[in-house]
Design a protein around this ligand. Structure first.
Ligand code: ADP
Ligand code: TRP
Length: 323
């Protein structure tokens, strides 16, 4: 029996943090045995915000190294760069012609940017159509993403349906896969962890970087010996993800007042370092071997390119630009 297909991607848009790991990348690892899997570096999406050659190059390498370091096997999983497969942007144009501006104006990302009065690039406005193309070229059965990406998958599904209605059955309707237990990981200030909020615990930082971030977690000013509230404390919320084995003991100590914020943070930092340590070794070794990264991406581009080219042929016939 052939395995079902899965596609997902992450933008190489900055330093990866533990929220990206738990919310996105880790899931890919858990799923690689069950699916025929495509994992993308969404560099053309990142281009809306990353407009420096050096940063784009570096962050792309870092993301590929991260994919491998967390446990994706490049022999099994097709790891590729969006920009290596021209059909992604080609299909975006075709989708643009069947999509209306009011429809794209409903996108949360667009509305947020508009609310902040940002100068919005056409690329940002059209982001959902490029993402629909990323997805629909590979006919995936599932697309694992964080909750914040749910609307984008809906847009991809709507666009597939619209194309099929206009030109005949061409695209499979994709489904998102959002594991229930993948919550939004809070940052050190209690908001969603995000590189845009400067509140992250870096995934591949040094031990010192991790210590520094964890020690900076916001707390109230209760003294040691006083009961702490595990339902509101940010450190405890992070323990729920990184200290699963000790969680009941920690909860008890919080309620009894036998732990202070400092000790709680030290335990958290130790647990994060334990998780990240072995991955960081692979990550660093790979980053120091750019040739290997290039090989992974070249192989991925070959595999992905075949699938994308075949789908694009179908599309071009369907719309009548080839006979
Ligand atoms: P950021 O918010 O730091 O810019 P991205 O938007 O690039 O992160 O997200 C990359 C992936 O990581 C997405 O799939 C997203 O759902 C996931 N992700 C980002 N932040 C978190 C978080 N705090 N908790 C869970 N998942 C997250
Ligand atoms: N928009 C996604 C994010 O910000 C990244 C992405 C681009 C993606 N193309 C994709 C995710 C295709 C899944 C499938 O996280």
């Amino acid at each position: 029996m052939t395995k079902p297909t899965l596609l997902s991607g992450v933008k190489p848009s900055g330093q990866l943090h533990v929220g990206n790991y738990l919310g996105a990348i880790k899931q890919f690892v858990d799923l690689q045995h069950k699916y025929n899997m495509y994992v993308m570096v969404a560099d053309y999406h990142a281009l809306n915000t990353v407009q420096s050659k050096e940063k784009m190059q570096q962050q792309t390498k870092e993301l590929v190294a991260a994919y491998v370091a967390v446990g994706l096997d490049p022999k099994k999983v097709t790891i590729f760069k969006q920009s290596d497969i021209p059909q992604h942007t080609e299909l975006t144009w075709i989708f643009n012609t069947i999509t209306t501006m009011p429809y794209l104006m409903r996108a949360h990302a667009f509305k947020d940017a508009e609310a902040k009065n940002k100068d919005i690039s056409v690329g940002t406005f059209d982001y959902p159509m490029l993402m629909a193309s990323d997805i629909l070229l590979y006919s995936p059965d599932v697309v694992p993403v964080g909750k914040d990406q749910k609307q984008h998958i809906e847009f991809a599904r709507d666009t597939a349906q619209k194309f099929n209605n206009t030109y005949g059955e061409t695209f499979t309707l994709p489904k998102e896969l959002i594991p229930a237990e993948v919550a939004i990981i809070p940052g050190i200030d209690g908001q969603k962890m995000s590189k845009s909020y400067n509140n992250v615990i870096p995934l591949f930082g040094t031990d010192e970087d991790i210590d520094k971030a964890v020690m900076g977690i916001k707390t109230d000013s209760k003294e040691k010996g006083v009961a702490l509230d595990p339902t509101t404390d940010i450190t405890f919320k992070l323990h729920e993800h990184f200290s699963k084995k000790q969680i009941e003991e920690l909860r008890e100590r919080y309620l009894k007042g036998s732990i202070g914020y400092k000790e709680s943070k030290e335990i958290l930092a130790t647990n994060i370092k334990e998780l990240v340590g072995p991955m960081r070794e692979t990550y660093t070794a790979l980053l120091n071997n750019p040739n290997k990264i290039k090989k992974i991406l070249d192989k991925g581009a070959k595999r992905a390119g075949k699938v994308a080219a075949a789908k694009m042929k179908e599309v071009k016939r369907a719309i009548g630009v080839t006979q």
